[in-house]
Ligand binder design. Structure first.
Ligand SMILES: [Ca+2]
Ligand SMILES: [Ca+2]
Ligand SMILES: [Ca+2]
Ligand SMILES: [Ca+2]
Length: 528
Protein backbone atom coordinates (compact mmCIF):
# COMPACT_ATOMS: atom_id res chain seq x y z
CA UNK A 1 0.00 0.00 0.00
CA UNK A 2 1.50 3.35 -0.97
CA UNK A 3 1.98 6.16 1.50
CA UNK A 4 -0.11 9.06 0.31
CA UNK A 5 0.30 12.68 1.16
CA UNK A 6 -2.81 14.81 1.52
CA UNK A 7 -0.86 17.66 0.03
CA UNK A 8 -0.58 15.70 -3.16
CA UNK A 9 -4.23 16.57 -3.51
CA UNK A 10 -3.71 19.73 -5.46
CA UNK A 11 -1.07 18.15 -7.71
CA UNK A 12 -3.19 15.10 -8.27
CA UNK A 13 -6.11 17.32 -8.96
CA UNK A 14 -4.19 19.28 -11.59
CA UNK A 15 -3.31 16.02 -13.29
CA UNK A 16 -6.96 15.02 -13.08
CA UNK A 17 -8.04 18.31 -14.57
CA UNK A 18 -5.51 17.91 -17.40
CA UNK A 19 -6.87 14.44 -17.98
CA UNK A 20 -10.44 15.72 -18.08
CA UNK A 21 -9.36 18.50 -20.46
CA UNK A 22 -7.58 15.96 -22.66
CA UNK A 23 -10.68 13.77 -22.74
CA UNK A 24 -12.82 16.75 -23.63
CA UNK A 25 -10.42 17.70 -26.41
CA UNK A 26 -10.41 14.13 -27.64
CA UNK A 27 -14.19 13.98 -27.64
CA UNK A 28 -14.50 17.22 -29.57
CA UNK A 29 -12.02 16.22 -32.29
CA UNK A 30 -12.91 12.55 -32.70
CA UNK A 31 -16.02 11.59 -34.64
CA UNK A 32 -18.76 10.68 -32.15
CA UNK A 33 -20.56 7.44 -32.79
CA UNK A 34 -24.08 8.81 -32.66
CA UNK A 35 -24.11 12.46 -33.42
CA UNK A 36 -21.50 15.16 -33.60
CA UNK A 37 -23.88 17.69 -32.13
CA UNK A 38 -24.82 16.17 -28.75
CA UNK A 39 -23.02 17.78 -25.82
CA UNK A 40 -22.39 15.96 -22.60
CA UNK A 41 -23.75 17.21 -19.27
CA UNK A 42 -21.34 16.23 -16.50
CA UNK A 43 -20.63 16.51 -12.81
CA UNK A 44 -19.05 19.75 -11.75
CA UNK A 45 -15.29 19.11 -11.75
CA UNK A 46 -12.83 20.25 -9.18
CA UNK A 47 -12.34 20.69 -5.50
CA UNK A 48 -14.69 23.34 -4.17
CA UNK A 49 -14.09 25.97 -1.53
CA UNK A 50 -16.39 25.38 1.42
CA UNK A 51 -18.90 28.21 1.48
CA UNK A 52 -19.63 30.05 4.70
CA UNK A 53 -23.27 30.86 5.42
CA UNK A 54 -22.75 32.22 8.94
CA UNK A 55 -19.80 33.62 10.80
CA UNK A 56 -19.51 34.94 14.34
CA UNK A 57 -16.30 36.87 15.06
CA UNK A 58 -14.73 38.45 18.13
CA UNK A 59 -15.19 37.83 21.86
CA UNK A 60 -13.23 34.59 21.50
CA UNK A 61 -16.12 32.98 19.60
CA UNK A 62 -15.62 29.37 18.60
CA UNK A 63 -13.85 28.21 21.76
CA UNK A 64 -16.47 25.46 21.63
CA UNK A 65 -19.25 24.63 19.18
CA UNK A 66 -22.25 22.32 19.38
CA UNK A 67 -24.73 20.67 17.07
CA UNK A 68 -28.32 20.77 18.27
CA UNK A 69 -31.64 19.56 16.93
CA UNK A 70 -34.61 21.43 15.46
CA UNK A 71 -35.58 22.79 18.84
CA UNK A 72 -37.95 25.49 17.54
CA UNK A 73 -39.64 23.03 15.17
CA UNK A 74 -39.28 25.15 12.01
CA UNK A 75 -37.77 22.37 9.90
CA UNK A 76 -34.15 23.53 10.29
CA UNK A 77 -31.74 22.45 13.03
CA UNK A 78 -30.16 24.88 15.47
CA UNK A 79 -26.49 25.18 16.49
CA UNK A 80 -24.54 26.73 19.36
CA UNK A 81 -21.30 28.68 19.78
CA UNK A 82 -19.36 29.51 22.95
CA UNK A 83 -17.68 32.90 23.38
CA UNK A 84 -14.61 32.76 25.57
CA UNK A 85 -14.49 36.36 26.73
CA UNK A 86 -18.18 36.69 27.59
CA UNK A 87 -18.28 33.09 28.92
CA UNK A 88 -21.56 32.60 27.13
CA UNK A 89 -23.13 29.88 25.04
CA UNK A 90 -25.34 31.26 22.29
CA UNK A 91 -27.85 29.23 20.29
CA UNK A 92 -28.61 30.28 16.71
CA UNK A 93 -31.11 29.27 14.06
CA UNK A 94 -31.49 30.32 10.43
CA UNK A 95 -35.01 31.34 9.47
CA UNK A 96 -36.82 30.80 6.17
CA UNK A 97 -35.53 34.17 4.87
CA UNK A 98 -31.94 32.96 5.53
CA UNK A 99 -31.56 35.41 8.43
CA UNK A 100 -29.56 34.10 11.40
CA UNK A 101 -31.33 34.63 14.70
CA UNK A 102 -30.01 34.17 18.22
CA UNK A 103 -32.55 32.07 20.13
CA UNK A 104 -30.95 31.68 23.56
CA UNK A 105 -27.88 32.51 25.57
CA UNK A 106 -26.64 31.59 28.97
CA UNK A 107 -23.50 32.17 30.94
CA UNK A 108 -21.43 29.13 31.75
CA UNK A 109 -17.74 28.69 31.90
CA UNK A 110 -16.68 25.41 30.32
CA UNK A 111 -15.13 24.51 26.99
CA UNK A 112 -17.20 21.32 27.01
CA UNK A 113 -19.90 21.44 24.32
CA UNK A 114 -23.60 21.80 25.01
CA UNK A 115 -25.27 18.48 24.35
CA UNK A 116 -28.76 16.98 24.33
CA UNK A 117 -30.60 13.73 24.61
CA UNK A 118 -33.96 12.03 24.79
CA UNK A 119 -33.18 10.61 28.22
CA UNK A 120 -36.74 9.61 29.09
CA UNK A 121 -37.36 8.01 25.70
CA UNK A 122 -40.59 9.96 25.17
CA UNK A 123 -39.36 12.12 22.30
CA UNK A 124 -38.75 15.21 24.43
CA UNK A 125 -35.10 16.21 24.18
CA UNK A 126 -33.35 18.01 27.03
CA UNK A 127 -30.57 20.53 26.53
CA UNK A 128 -27.56 20.00 28.82
CA UNK A 129 -25.04 22.72 29.64
CA UNK A 130 -21.71 22.03 31.34
CA UNK A 131 -20.34 24.38 34.00
CA UNK A 132 -16.97 24.18 35.68
CA UNK A 133 -15.90 25.78 38.94
CA UNK A 134 -12.34 25.89 40.23
CA UNK A 135 -12.01 25.39 43.96
CA UNK A 136 -8.87 25.74 46.06
CA UNK A 137 -9.29 22.48 47.93
CA UNK A 138 -11.20 20.16 45.59
CA UNK A 139 -9.83 21.32 42.24
CA UNK A 140 -12.27 21.67 39.34
CA UNK A 141 -15.88 20.69 39.97
CA UNK A 142 -18.22 19.96 37.05
CA UNK A 143 -21.95 20.63 36.85
CA UNK A 144 -24.49 19.56 34.25
CA UNK A 145 -27.61 21.72 34.02
CA UNK A 146 -30.53 19.91 32.35
CA UNK A 147 -33.02 22.24 30.63
CA UNK A 148 -36.43 21.11 29.49
CA UNK A 149 -37.50 22.28 26.04
CA UNK A 150 -41.24 22.74 25.75
CA UNK A 151 -43.18 24.07 22.76
CA UNK A 152 -40.00 25.34 21.14
CA UNK A 153 -38.97 27.17 24.31
CA UNK A 154 -35.94 26.42 26.47
CA UNK A 155 -36.76 26.64 30.16
CA UNK A 156 -35.23 29.60 32.03
CA UNK A 157 -33.86 27.47 34.84
CA UNK A 158 -32.50 23.92 34.83
CA UNK A 159 -34.90 21.24 36.01
CA UNK A 160 -32.06 19.19 37.44
CA UNK A 161 -28.31 19.53 37.99
CA UNK A 162 -25.65 16.83 38.15
CA UNK A 163 -22.37 17.45 39.95
CA UNK A 164 -19.05 15.65 39.79
CA UNK A 165 -19.04 15.54 43.59
CA UNK A 166 -21.39 13.43 45.63
CA UNK A 167 -20.98 12.32 49.26
CA UNK A 168 -17.62 10.58 49.56
CA UNK A 169 -16.87 10.56 45.80
CA UNK A 170 -15.44 13.10 43.39
CA UNK A 171 -14.72 12.65 39.69
CA UNK A 172 -11.70 14.47 38.28
CA UNK A 173 -11.56 15.96 34.75
CA UNK A 174 -14.83 14.81 33.21
CA UNK A 175 -16.07 14.51 29.64
CA UNK A 176 -19.66 13.80 28.67
CA UNK A 177 -21.40 11.73 26.02
CA UNK A 178 -24.93 10.71 25.08
CA UNK A 179 -25.82 7.44 23.36
CA UNK A 180 -28.56 4.84 23.46
CA UNK A 181 -26.22 2.03 24.50
CA UNK A 182 -28.87 -0.69 25.01
CA UNK A 183 -31.04 0.38 22.04
CA UNK A 184 -34.20 0.68 24.10
CA UNK A 185 -35.13 4.05 22.58
CA UNK A 186 -33.90 6.24 25.45
CA UNK A 187 -30.50 7.88 25.65
CA UNK A 188 -27.96 7.16 28.34
CA UNK A 189 -25.85 9.90 29.95
CA UNK A 190 -22.22 8.77 29.98
CA UNK A 191 -19.58 10.52 32.09
CA UNK A 192 -15.92 9.65 31.62
CA UNK A 193 -13.32 10.90 34.07
CA UNK A 194 -9.54 10.70 34.15
CA UNK A 195 -9.43 9.79 37.85
CA UNK A 196 -11.51 9.80 41.01
CA UNK A 197 -11.30 10.41 44.71
CA UNK A 198 -13.20 8.35 47.29
CA UNK A 199 -13.18 9.51 50.90
CA UNK A 200 -9.95 11.36 50.28
CA UNK A 201 -8.21 8.42 48.57
CA UNK A 202 -7.22 9.02 44.95
CA UNK A 203 -7.87 6.41 42.30
CA UNK A 204 -5.63 7.23 39.37
CA UNK A 205 -7.48 5.16 36.83
CA UNK A 206 -10.28 6.31 34.58
CA UNK A 207 -13.92 5.82 35.38
CA UNK A 208 -17.00 5.70 33.16
CA UNK A 209 -20.36 6.31 34.81
CA UNK A 210 -23.50 5.43 32.89
CA UNK A 211 -26.94 6.78 33.84
CA UNK A 212 -29.56 4.60 32.21
CA UNK A 213 -32.21 6.35 30.11
CA UNK A 214 -35.92 5.57 30.39
CA UNK A 215 -39.08 6.88 32.08
CA UNK A 216 -37.23 6.73 35.43
CA UNK A 217 -34.09 8.52 34.22
CA UNK A 218 -32.23 10.00 37.19
CA UNK A 219 -28.81 11.51 37.80
CA UNK A 220 -28.35 10.77 41.51
CA UNK A 221 -26.80 7.31 41.21
CA UNK A 222 -25.07 5.86 38.15
CA UNK A 223 -26.60 2.65 36.82
CA UNK A 224 -23.21 1.25 35.79
CA UNK A 225 -19.74 2.26 37.02
CA UNK A 226 -16.71 1.12 35.01
CA UNK A 227 -13.40 1.49 36.85
CA UNK A 228 -10.12 1.09 35.02
CA UNK A 229 -7.25 -0.17 37.11
CA UNK A 230 -4.41 1.40 35.18
CA UNK A 231 -2.95 4.82 35.67
CA UNK A 232 -3.96 6.99 32.74
CA UNK A 233 -1.89 10.11 33.13
CA UNK A 234 -4.02 13.06 32.12
CA UNK A 235 -5.64 11.52 29.03
CA UNK A 236 -8.76 9.43 29.09
CA UNK A 237 -10.65 9.86 25.86
CA UNK A 238 -13.88 7.90 25.38
CA UNK A 239 -15.31 7.28 21.89
CA UNK A 240 -18.64 5.58 21.22
CA UNK A 241 -19.48 3.96 17.89
CA UNK A 242 -20.64 0.75 16.20
CA UNK A 243 -17.33 -1.04 15.75
CA UNK A 244 -18.27 -4.72 15.52
CA UNK A 245 -21.07 -6.36 13.53
CA UNK A 246 -24.02 -5.95 15.90
CA UNK A 247 -26.09 -2.77 16.28
CA UNK A 248 -25.04 -1.96 19.84
CA UNK A 249 -22.66 0.99 20.27
CA UNK A 250 -19.22 -0.02 21.56
CA UNK A 251 -16.91 1.92 23.90
CA UNK A 252 -13.38 2.75 22.74
CA UNK A 253 -11.19 4.31 25.40
CA UNK A 254 -7.91 5.91 24.32
CA UNK A 255 -5.32 6.67 26.99
CA UNK A 256 -1.60 7.32 27.03
CA UNK A 257 -1.01 3.71 27.97
CA UNK A 258 -3.51 1.62 26.05
CA UNK A 259 -6.57 1.68 23.80
CA UNK A 260 -9.34 -0.49 25.18
CA UNK A 261 -12.59 -1.70 23.63
CA UNK A 262 -15.69 -2.84 25.47
CA UNK A 263 -18.32 -4.39 23.20
CA UNK A 264 -21.78 -3.00 23.77
CA UNK A 265 -24.90 -5.10 24.25
CA UNK A 266 -28.34 -5.12 25.75
CA UNK A 267 -26.89 -5.77 29.21
CA UNK A 268 -25.01 -2.59 30.10
CA UNK A 269 -23.99 -4.00 33.47
CA UNK A 270 -21.52 -6.37 31.80
CA UNK A 271 -19.54 -3.39 30.50
CA UNK A 272 -17.83 -2.97 33.86
CA UNK A 273 -16.84 -6.60 34.25
CA UNK A 274 -14.08 -6.77 31.69
CA UNK A 275 -12.06 -5.04 29.02
CA UNK A 276 -12.92 -7.01 25.88
CA UNK A 277 -9.89 -5.94 23.91
CA UNK A 278 -6.67 -4.28 24.94
CA UNK A 279 -5.03 -3.03 21.75
CA UNK A 280 -1.81 -1.83 23.36
CA UNK A 281 -1.95 1.30 21.22
CA UNK A 282 -1.13 4.60 22.83
CA UNK A 283 -3.20 7.60 22.10
CA UNK A 284 -2.63 9.60 19.05
CA UNK A 285 -5.83 11.48 18.34
CA UNK A 286 -8.80 9.32 17.31
CA UNK A 287 -12.09 10.05 15.55
CA UNK A 288 -14.75 7.47 14.80
CA UNK A 289 -16.70 8.27 11.63
CA UNK A 290 -18.37 6.46 8.73
CA UNK A 291 -16.45 7.33 5.56
CA UNK A 292 -17.40 4.15 3.65
CA UNK A 293 -21.12 4.30 4.34
CA UNK A 294 -21.71 0.88 5.92
CA UNK A 295 -22.98 2.24 9.28
CA UNK A 296 -19.92 0.83 11.02
CA UNK A 297 -17.26 3.00 12.63
CA UNK A 298 -14.12 3.77 10.66
CA UNK A 299 -11.11 4.78 12.76
CA UNK A 300 -9.30 7.99 11.83
CA UNK A 301 -6.05 8.26 13.80
CA UNK A 302 -3.82 11.30 13.61
CA UNK A 303 -0.50 12.13 15.21
CA UNK A 304 1.73 15.18 14.99
CA UNK A 305 4.75 13.43 13.56
CA UNK A 306 3.38 10.65 11.35
CA UNK A 307 0.33 12.12 9.64
CA UNK A 308 -2.94 10.26 9.74
CA UNK A 309 -4.35 6.86 8.92
CA UNK A 310 -7.76 5.34 8.35
CA UNK A 311 -9.09 1.90 9.29
CA UNK A 312 -12.15 1.26 7.15
CA UNK A 313 -14.87 -1.09 8.36
CA UNK A 314 -15.79 -2.19 4.82
CA UNK A 315 -12.48 -3.87 3.96
CA UNK A 316 -13.54 -7.25 5.32
CA UNK A 317 -11.22 -7.37 8.33
CA UNK A 318 -12.79 -8.66 11.53
CA UNK A 319 -13.14 -5.72 13.96
CA UNK A 320 -13.01 -8.14 16.88
CA UNK A 321 -9.53 -9.29 15.93
CA UNK A 322 -7.87 -6.70 13.68
CA UNK A 323 -4.95 -4.78 15.16
CA UNK A 324 -6.07 -1.19 14.45
CA UNK A 325 -2.38 -0.27 14.39
CA UNK A 326 -0.55 1.61 11.67
CA UNK A 327 0.39 -1.52 9.74
CA UNK A 328 -3.25 -2.63 9.72
CA UNK A 329 -4.45 0.77 8.38
CA UNK A 330 -6.34 0.76 5.07
CA UNK A 331 -5.17 4.27 4.14
CA UNK A 332 -2.10 6.06 5.37
CA UNK A 333 -1.36 9.68 4.71
CA UNK A 334 1.84 11.55 5.45
CA UNK A 335 1.96 15.16 6.51
CA UNK A 336 3.52 16.70 9.60
CA UNK A 337 1.44 18.41 12.23
CA UNK A 338 -1.86 17.16 10.92
CA UNK A 339 -5.08 17.84 12.73
CA UNK A 340 -8.19 15.95 11.62
CA UNK A 341 -11.91 16.75 11.72
CA UNK A 342 -15.12 14.92 11.02
CA UNK A 343 -17.25 17.03 8.66
CA UNK A 344 -20.35 14.87 8.15
CA UNK A 345 -21.96 13.97 4.80
CA UNK A 346 -21.65 17.46 3.26
CA UNK A 347 -21.83 16.25 -0.33
CA UNK A 348 -23.95 13.13 0.05
CA UNK A 349 -27.67 13.77 0.04
CA UNK A 350 -28.25 10.18 1.20
CA UNK A 351 -26.22 11.06 4.34
CA UNK A 352 -24.23 7.86 4.09
CA UNK A 353 -20.67 8.92 3.45
CA UNK A 354 -19.02 11.26 5.92
CA UNK A 355 -16.26 13.65 4.86
CA UNK A 356 -13.23 14.40 6.96
CA UNK A 357 -10.82 17.32 6.94
CA UNK A 358 -7.10 17.62 7.59
CA UNK A 359 -5.01 20.67 8.23
CA UNK A 360 -1.53 21.61 9.17
CA UNK A 361 -0.65 24.92 10.74
CA UNK A 362 2.98 24.21 9.91
CA UNK A 363 2.47 24.19 6.16
CA UNK A 364 -0.05 26.33 4.33
CA UNK A 365 -2.85 26.66 6.90
CA UNK A 366 -5.43 25.25 4.48
CA UNK A 367 -7.99 22.63 5.50
CA UNK A 368 -8.20 19.84 2.92
CA UNK A 369 -11.46 17.93 2.93
CA UNK A 370 -11.91 14.39 1.64
CA UNK A 371 -15.19 12.84 0.56
CA UNK A 372 -16.22 9.42 1.71
CA UNK A 373 -17.37 6.75 -0.70
CA UNK A 374 -18.10 3.05 -0.89
CA UNK A 375 -14.35 2.34 -0.90
CA UNK A 376 -13.57 5.13 1.54
CA UNK A 377 -11.77 8.32 0.53
CA UNK A 378 -9.03 8.48 -2.07
CA UNK A 379 -6.00 10.76 -1.84
CA UNK A 380 -7.56 13.59 -3.82
CA UNK A 381 -9.27 16.20 -1.74
CA UNK A 382 -12.72 17.35 -2.80
CA UNK A 383 -13.11 20.58 -0.86
CA UNK A 384 -10.94 23.04 1.02
CA UNK A 385 -11.04 26.19 3.06
CA UNK A 386 -8.43 28.61 4.29
CA UNK A 387 -9.76 29.14 7.78
CA UNK A 388 -7.50 26.80 9.76
CA UNK A 389 -10.20 25.57 12.03
CA UNK A 390 -9.38 24.02 15.37
CA UNK A 391 -12.63 22.25 16.14
CA UNK A 392 -15.63 21.14 14.15
CA UNK A 393 -18.96 19.42 14.56
CA UNK A 394 -21.19 18.06 11.80
CA UNK A 395 -24.64 19.65 11.80
CA UNK A 396 -28.02 18.66 10.45
CA UNK A 397 -29.51 20.90 7.78
CA UNK A 398 -29.41 24.41 9.29
CA UNK A 399 -30.37 26.45 6.22
CA UNK A 400 -33.17 24.26 4.89
CA UNK A 401 -31.70 23.24 1.51
CA UNK A 402 -31.90 19.52 2.29
CA UNK A 403 -28.11 19.14 2.65
CA UNK A 404 -26.31 18.73 5.96
CA UNK A 405 -23.98 21.49 7.11
CA UNK A 406 -20.86 21.95 9.24
CA UNK A 407 -19.88 24.17 12.18
CA UNK A 408 -16.21 25.04 12.85
CA UNK A 409 -14.56 27.08 15.56
CA UNK A 410 -11.20 28.69 16.21
CA UNK A 411 -10.72 30.80 19.33
CA UNK A 412 -7.23 31.99 18.33
CA UNK A 413 -6.87 35.76 18.10
CA UNK A 414 -10.29 37.39 18.14
CA UNK A 415 -12.00 34.04 17.68
CA UNK A 416 -14.44 32.90 15.03
CA UNK A 417 -17.16 30.34 14.47
CA UNK A 418 -18.30 29.52 10.94
CA UNK A 419 -21.11 27.46 9.45
CA UNK A 420 -20.20 25.91 6.12
CA UNK A 421 -23.01 24.80 3.83
CA UNK A 422 -23.27 21.31 2.46
CA UNK A 423 -24.57 20.76 -1.07
CA UNK A 424 -24.08 22.91 -4.15
CA UNK A 425 -23.44 26.64 -4.00
CA UNK A 426 -26.23 28.70 -5.57
CA UNK A 427 -24.97 32.29 -6.07
CA UNK A 428 -27.99 34.08 -4.66
CA UNK A 429 -25.64 36.55 -2.97
CA UNK A 430 -23.81 37.58 -6.14
CA UNK A 431 -26.22 37.16 -9.06
CA UNK A 432 -29.43 39.09 -9.85
CA UNK A 433 -32.56 37.30 -8.66
CA UNK A 434 -33.89 37.39 -12.23
CA UNK A 435 -30.99 35.23 -13.44
CA UNK A 436 -31.70 32.42 -10.95
CA UNK A 437 -34.68 30.22 -11.72
CA UNK A 438 -36.18 28.01 -9.02
CA UNK A 439 -38.37 25.11 -10.08
CA UNK A 440 -40.94 23.80 -7.62
CA UNK A 441 -41.37 20.06 -7.14
CA UNK A 442 -43.83 18.72 -4.59
CA UNK A 443 -43.79 20.92 -1.49
CA UNK A 444 -40.40 22.49 -2.29
CA UNK A 445 -40.47 25.87 -4.01
CA UNK A 446 -36.74 25.63 -4.76
CA UNK A 447 -36.41 21.92 -5.51
CA UNK A 448 -34.26 22.49 -8.57
CA UNK A 449 -32.40 25.70 -9.38
CA UNK A 450 -31.02 26.82 -12.74
CA UNK A 451 -28.60 29.72 -13.28
CA UNK A 452 -27.86 31.86 -15.07
CA UNK A 453 -30.95 31.80 -17.21
CA UNK A 454 -30.65 33.38 -19.76
CA UNK A 455 -27.13 31.99 -20.21
CA UNK A 456 -24.18 32.82 -22.42
CA UNK A 457 -21.79 29.89 -21.98
CA UNK A 458 -22.50 27.68 -18.94
CA UNK A 459 -25.79 26.67 -17.33
CA UNK A 460 -25.72 25.36 -13.75
CA UNK A 461 -28.42 22.94 -12.64
CA UNK A 462 -28.49 22.20 -8.88
CA UNK A 463 -30.99 20.49 -6.61
CA UNK A 464 -31.97 20.06 -2.98
CA UNK A 465 -30.65 17.14 -0.98
CA UNK A 466 -34.02 15.94 0.28
CA UNK A 467 -36.20 15.43 -2.81
CA UNK A 468 -38.33 12.32 -2.71
CA UNK A 469 -37.14 11.61 -6.27
CA UNK A 470 -33.59 12.75 -6.93
CA UNK A 471 -32.41 13.80 -10.42
CA UNK A 472 -30.57 11.03 -12.24
CA UNK A 473 -30.58 12.08 -15.92
CA UNK A 474 -30.83 15.29 -17.92
CA UNK A 475 -31.67 16.04 -21.52
CA UNK A 476 -31.80 19.31 -23.49
CA UNK A 477 -33.77 19.59 -26.75
CA UNK A 478 -34.04 22.47 -29.17
CA UNK A 479 -37.39 23.80 -30.33
CA UNK A 480 -37.40 21.37 -33.25
CA UNK A 481 -37.25 18.50 -30.77
CA UNK A 482 -33.63 17.59 -31.53
CA UNK A 483 -31.51 16.35 -28.63
CA UNK A 484 -28.64 18.80 -28.10
CA UNK A 485 -27.27 17.72 -24.70
CA UNK A 486 -27.69 14.92 -22.21
CA UNK A 487 -25.97 13.44 -19.19
CA UNK A 488 -26.32 11.57 -15.93
CA UNK A 489 -26.13 12.92 -12.39
CA UNK A 490 -24.28 11.29 -9.57
CA UNK A 491 -27.15 11.26 -7.08
CA UNK A 492 -24.69 12.10 -4.29
CA UNK A 493 -23.65 15.37 -5.92
CA UNK A 494 -26.08 18.20 -6.26
CA UNK A 495 -25.08 19.95 -9.47
CA UNK A 496 -24.37 19.47 -13.17
CA UNK A 497 -23.23 21.92 -15.85
CA UNK A 498 -24.21 22.37 -19.48
CA UNK A 499 -21.57 24.10 -21.57
CA UNK A 500 -23.80 25.78 -24.12
CA UNK A 501 -21.37 28.30 -25.61
CA UNK A 502 -21.32 26.60 -29.02
CA UNK A 503 -25.10 26.59 -29.30
CA UNK A 504 -27.02 29.13 -31.37
CA UNK A 505 -29.05 31.69 -29.44
CA UNK A 506 -32.61 30.67 -28.74
CA UNK A 507 -34.84 28.67 -26.42
CA UNK A 508 -34.05 25.12 -25.28
CA UNK A 509 -36.10 22.66 -23.26
CA UNK A 510 -34.43 21.00 -20.26
CA UNK A 511 -35.93 17.71 -19.00
CA UNK A 512 -34.91 16.21 -15.68
CA UNK A 513 -35.57 12.51 -15.00
CA UNK A 514 -35.32 10.33 -11.91
CA UNK A 515 -33.56 6.97 -11.71
CA UNK A 516 -36.61 5.22 -13.21
CA UNK A 517 -36.63 7.62 -16.19
CA UNK A 518 -39.81 9.30 -14.97
CA UNK A 519 -39.81 13.04 -15.52
CA UNK A 520 -39.28 15.20 -12.43
CA UNK A 521 -39.32 18.67 -13.97
CA UNK A 522 -38.88 20.62 -17.19
CA UNK A 523 -37.64 24.14 -17.78
CA UNK A 524 -36.99 26.48 -20.68
CA UNK A 525 -33.41 27.70 -20.90
CA UNK A 526 -32.68 30.81 -22.98
CA UNK A 527 -29.27 30.89 -24.64
CA UNK A 528 -28.15 34.43 -25.53
CA1 LIG B 1 -35.14 25.21 13.83
CA1 LIG C 1 -31.02 3.30 26.35
CA1 LIG D 1 -17.75 2.43 8.02
CA1 LIG E 1 -27.97 22.79 4.51
Amino acid sequence: MPELSPFLGRVRWSVHRLLVTALLLASSTATPVRSQTVDSIKARPGAVALRSIFSLRGNGAGAAVASLWDLNEDGRVEFAVMELSTERWKIFGIDSAHVVRQLWQRQSWSPAPLFHGDFRGDGSRMLVQVRERDTAILGTLFYLDFFAVDSSRIADAPSMTWTSRSPGIRLIACTFQVADLDLDGSDELIVASVASNRDGVSHRGGEIWIYRGGPDFQIDTPSVVIRDSIHNGSDYDLHIGRVDADEYPDLVCVTRIDTRIRWGGRDMARLDRQVDRSLGLVGPFLHLLDADGDRRADWLWSAEDVGFSLHLSSTGKNPRTRAFDRIDADRRFLGGGTNTFVLGPLNDSANRFEMFGVNSARTDGIDYDFSGGADGPDAVYDAWNTGYMKISTPLGDVDGNGWRDLLCGNSDGQGSATVFAGGPYIPRDSMPVSAIQDIAVGSHRDAITIWPNPAHDVVHIAWRGDLSRMPARFAVHDLLGRLVAHGNADVMRGEVLWNCDQRPAGAYLLSIYDARSAIIATATIIKR
